[in-house]
Structure formats: C-alpha cells, structure tokens
Design a protein around this ligand. Sequence first.
Ligand SMILES: [Ca+2]
Ligand SMILES: [Ca+2]
Length: 86
Amino acid sequence: MLAEIKNAIPEVPDIPDVPVDPVGKLGDVDGDGKIDIRDGVMIRKYLAKMSVEINTANSDVNKDGTINTVDAVLILKKIAKMDVGF
Ligand SMILES: [Ca+2]
Ligand SMILES: [Ca+2]
C-alpha cells in the first residue's frame, strides 16, 4: 500500500542546499521574524520610495535580484495564506 502511494508520487529532483541567512526569513520585510501585514505595508512603502528600513535580502522573495511589485504581491499573497512557494 505504501509502495503504491510512493509510486504515485512523481520523482522530485533533489533541491540543492541553498545557504540561508540565519537572520533572514523570506518575506519578512521588516526583519521581526514574522511575516505579517506590516511586511506587506513596509514593502509597499519601500516601493513608493518612502524612507523605510527594510531587510532587502528578505524582501526579494522571488530571488530575481530586484525588489518590485512582484515581490510585494507575493508577500501579500503569503500573508493571505496562499501558496506562493516560500
Ligand atoms: Ca515581519
Ligand atoms: Ca524580486
């Protein structure tokens, strides 16, 4: 039975070990250790060029090297408990 279930699950390639910043938590824009609405607000303020201190490493949630509205949307989706892959 267990073997049948295992066979039904497609092979997932090994995910390489990515070094994780010990203080970093993806999506935790303000760096308080939690991902909540304040992080969403912070990244929106940052994108609006308001003077806010953000953790840039945590804010680039899709890891494309820039912090933009895509990251803001992903963070807001994350806060809304949607599956955004981080
Ligand atoms: Ca936070
Ligand atoms: Ca990004």
